[in-house]
Design a protein. Structure first.
Length: 327
């Protein structure tokens, strides 16, 4: 029924027709554009402007396009542009380096604090032990997007509670380096309870006979930790550390809600900021580009993210398998 057309002829109308719009209504439609098959040009029937075919769409002399266009095979052009264009490659490499640094530092800091607290509270006879453990788990129980927004307000340079307490105007979210420090600190607040839980469980699974044997052999507390506790603990938590790395590699919430990826990188052709990680960079490419949404280029970056995370995870799991064999 949608294909039903009743041609209308007249002196002022050429090519118009009555066409069904809905099941119970119809309308008079006049072609907006006229296609010239000889030279492939699309002509606007209202003002006579010509549109020539350029990269999957018809474009006029002023750069205005007619949408939608059509598919154009581009092969690996987006990947080539990502690696060869100086205006794109430079900010992309900076974002990639920060993404890896952010993921590694997040895992190291959260694991270190979580393990330290787990060792301190791994004492069954400690008074108030349940209360301490409950309080330490609270940051993990709160939604991360809500916590990130609260910290964004606390770290605000103008009216944030942190600067009011310190009585110093620290640009926590506006300076490139301080913004990175802020993200790491907030992510530490969000991530250490998880590491505390898994470290406490791993510590309690280590047989006490091994530690008693180490003390009998004259090992100090530090030596017993290095030679007995930590190797057994690391074998148990290594897969979870790899999973935590993959999670932080794509930790969109903390970056987008705390700093929005900013402050921006000066001179970047693509929307990239000093605290952007690859996933937030991909989002901004898709929805915040000055030239409009760049879905294809963002998809290429997403494929690169997958390859990086998959490669690092595969290598890390091979390493943890070797640790299990040693164990």
């Amino acid at each position: 029924m949608q294909q039903l057309r009743i041609p209308v002829e007249g002196d002022t109308v050429e090519g118009g027709a009555i066409q069904l719009i809905t099941f119970n209504s119809a309308g008079f439609r006049v072609p907006r554009y006229d296609y010239r098959p000889d030279d492939g040009v699309l002509v606007d029937t209202q003002d006579g402007v010509e549109y020539t075919p350029v990269e999957g769409t018809f474009t006029n002399a002023e750069g205005q396009s007619v949408n939608p266009g059509w598919r154009v095979p581009i092969g690996f052009d987006n990947y080539t542009q990502l690696l060869t264009s100086p205006q794109i490659r430079a900010p992309f490499l900076r974002v990639l380096l920060w993404t890896i640094s952010f993921a590694v530092l997040s895992v190291v800091t959260t694991f270190a604090v979580g393990l330290l607290l787990a060792m301190a509270l791994n004492k069954p006879g400690l008074k108030g032990l349940k209360t301490y453990r409950t309080l330490l788990i609270l940051p993990y129980a709160l939604p991360s997007f809500l916590t990130a927004l609260i910290w964004a307000g606390l770290l605000n340079e103008s009216f944030g509670a942190v600067n009011n307490l310190l009585r110093v105007a620290v640009p926590w979210l506006n300076d490139p380096w301080m913004a990175k420090v802020s993200i790491l600190l907030v992510n530490l607040w969000l991530g250490f309870p998880y590491m505390f839980i898994i470290s406490l469980g791993a510590l309690q699974s280590i047989p006490s006979d091994l530690l008693e044997a180490a003390r009998t052999d004259g090992a100090t507390g530090l030596q017993a930790f290095r030679r007995v506790t930590f190797p057994l603990l690391f074998v148990a938590v290594a897969p979870l550390l790899i999973a935590s790395f993959a999670f932080n590699f794509n930790n969109f919430n903390i970056v987008f809600l705390l700093t929005g990826g900013g402050p921006p990188i000066a001179g970047a052709q693509t929307p990239a900021g000093h605290t952007d990680i690859l996933i937030s960079y991909t989002y901004r490419l898709s929805f915040e580009g000055g030239r409009g949404p760049e879905y294809a280029f963002a998809a290429a970056v997403a494929v690169v993210i997958f390859l990086i995370v998959a490669s690092i995870s595969a290598y890390s799991f091979r390493y943890t398998k070797a640790l299990e064999e040693i164990n």
